[in-house]
Design a protein around this ligand. Structure first.
Ligand code: AMP
Length: 576
């Protein structure tokens, strides 16, 4: 390793290869920590992205634009092979990284980690006419310099298919071990990650300053923080017990897509709940922000709703706006408005530590109140709980989902990524005695019979164990699907099929599905009760996991990432 130029890419590739052969989460973490230890700065930054199969932080749109077809062409060109042969090997291996490795005969390479990072960024930045070809050319050049093992991982990074079974939480824990010598510090590091959502930056800082490096981050424009979340209660009277402050504030709860708006003059960016950059999907919203948000530099939090002729349209309709193409047409077809409920940053200052009443006042001053497109969440503030109950009823009568009760106490700060008691949701379903909906990740399916032949009969669903950074099965759902749901979900599942059990999934032998899926698709299900079952692995104790009985499919939650699925911690709370 030359000191001046950092780490060879081959060293990282060796690590990736080792990680691929490990299935235990603890061993993955330890191996990662061993690699991180003693390394510093950009090496940590670049390798953290690559280990997670990305070229940069999750909120940056860093798609290199290569599909399988293009990649086959590139591999064929780079290694002087016929496309047919590449395709054949790909069909057999099922992975283009493995295919590239097989065809690459080079024994030596002088690629450095930094070279690969910079080259991939250079490729990403190519735009305009003929950019597809130019990108492919540059990528091919990179491949020609790589040896087999390196080519394999470069292809996987470019396709965002790393397949190591390493999630963000495992990387954070490895940071804790490597840079603070104490795994227990993971919680503190995670808290910091909720503010600085760039894992590379965070890793770099920790590698230089130890645990102190976790405290250096605050909210800045252009880098989204994790969204603050709401707790749930079983009985409405529990709200009173949990909420602090001499007054209670309740806001209408809108059922749309969470959005974090970053405005820096005329430069506007929109981030989803999963922190994806969704600016290009909502050119209308960008205009509204320019027109009706008065503050120059500001970060706002709110909910996008599909809204036409004075009526709120369904969540499903809104989801049709999640698209790369025909954006203009859909802008007309499905117009949107946004309901703002928080402000996180204003003209150079973070507001995260300010109490809610102060933030709300600042929010009210930040927008043009006459606007019908940028609205404020409607709310009621009162000392009397009866008034809040009435407000809830009125919200339901209006066709809304429910309310979010918000603490007005001194400590009612904005907690990025946290589901605490400062916000409590109260939904219609609770008052009707139905259980709260669960957001579960589809990890497998069982073949359908009769009318459902050829498709799935039931879906195996998992919840997220954040501590262990893995998915644990919780229920098998076969009801609640319309014919259209079967079609739409079937199509989505086809794309994420995988031959083997995904590494981050824990499943019982007696629940082995006919087909496994990569944990990507999140669906909402409701159920009657949570019990212990020998067939599931969620929060397993004495061979029995928690399981949802009589589950019923509600809808696909495209706005949620698998790591946003309901967690084991929440399930345990619901069981109480
Ligand atoms: P849930 O997704 O059921 O956990 O409910 C929390 C979500 O409700 C948040 O993530 C927001 O997207 C949404 N929401 C709608 N209206 C509000 C509001 N007034 N305050 C906070 N969150 C809201």
């Amino acid at each position: 390793m030359s000191k001046k130029r950092g780490l060879s890419f081959s060293e990282l590739a060796s690590l990736l290869e080792e990680l691929e052969g490990i299935s235990s989460n603890i061993s993955l973490r330890d191996k990662l920590a061993e690699f991180f230890k003693g390394k510093k700065g950009k090496i940590i930054k670049y390798s953290s992205y690559f280990i997670l199969g990305r070229v940069g932080p999750k909120y940056e749109d860093i798609n290199l634009g290569f599909g399988n077809k293009t990649m086959i062409k590139i591999i064929a060109g780079a290694f002087d092979e016929k496309e047919d042969k590449v395709k054949k090997i790909f069909d057999k291996k099922g992975d283009l990284g493995d295919t590239a490795e097989k065809l690459n005969k080079r024994k030596r390479s002088s690629l450095m980690l930094e070279d690969v990072y910079k080259k991939l960024h250079k490729i990403k930045d190519i735009s305009g006419r003929g950019s597809q070809e130019k990108r492919a050319e540059e990528f091919s050049e990179l491949m020609k310099k790589a040896k087999g093992k390196e080519a394999k991982y470069i292809v996987r990074i470019a396709l965002e298919k790393m397949r190591l079974g390493v999630g963000e939480m495992t990387v954070l824990e490895a940071f804790a071990k490597a840079f603070t010598d104490d795994i227990e510090n993971k919680k503190k590091i995670e808290k910091s990650f909720n503010v600085c959502t760039d894992i590379g930056e965070l890793g770099e800082s920790l590698s230089k300053h130890g645990l102190k490096g976790a405290k250096r981050f605050s909210i800045t424009i252009g880098r989204p923080v994790e969204a603050m979340l709401a707790q749930r209660v079983k009985k409405v009277s529990d709200i009173l017990e949990k909420i602090k402050g001499d007054k209670i504030a309740a806001e209408e709860k809108y059922d749309g897509e969470r959005v974090q708006i970053h405005k820096d003059g005329n430069d506007i960016k929109l981030f989803s709940r999963r922190l994806e950059d969704i600016t290009h999907q909502f050119p209308d919203l960008v205009e509204y922000v320019k027109d009706y948000v008065k503050s120059k530099k500001v970060v706002l939090d709110g909910e996008i709703i599909a809204y036409k002729k004075g009526k709120i349209l369904s969540f499903q309709k809104l989801m049709q706006r999640r698209r790369k193409y025909d954006v203009k047409e859909y802008r007309k077809k499905i117009p949107v408005v946004v309901f703002l409920f928080d402000i996180l940053y204003l003209n150079g200052k973070s507001l995260l530590k300010k109490p809610y009443p102060e933030r709300r006042k600042k929010l009210e001053n930040a927008v043009d109140k006459k606007s019908k497109k940028i609205r404020l969440a409607k709310r009621k503030v009162s000392k009397k709980f009866d008034v809040i109950k009435k407000f809830f009823k009125k919200s339901i009568d209006k066709g809304l989902e429910g309310i979010i009760v918000k603490s007005t106490a001194k400590d009612s700060v904005y907690q990025p990524g946290n589901r605490g008691w400062l916000w409590i949701k109260w939904k219609k379903e609770y008052s009707e005695g139905m259980k709260e909906a669960i957001d579960a990740v589809v990890v497998g399916s069982f073949h359908g019979k009769g009318k459902r032949k050829g498709g799935f009969g039931a879906l195996l669903c998992a919840v997220f164990n954040k501590d262990k950074d893995r998915f644990e099965t919780f229920t098998k759902v076969g009801t609640g699907f319309t014919d259209n749901d079967f079609k739409v979900i079937g199509k989505k599942l086809k794309k994420i099929e995988t031959g083997n059990r995904p590494k981050r999934l824990k499943v019982k032998k007696n629940m082995k599905p006919d087909i496994y899926y990569k944990p990507k698709l999140v669906i909402e299900i409701i159920g009657a009760e949570i019990t212990r079952s020998p067939s599931h692995t969620a929060a397993e104790k004495n061979g029995k996991g928690l399981a949802l009985r009589f589950p019923r499919f509600q809808r696909v939650r495209e706005d949620k990432a698998p790591d946003d699925a309901t967690t084991i911690k929440e399930i345990k709370q619901l069981k109480k």
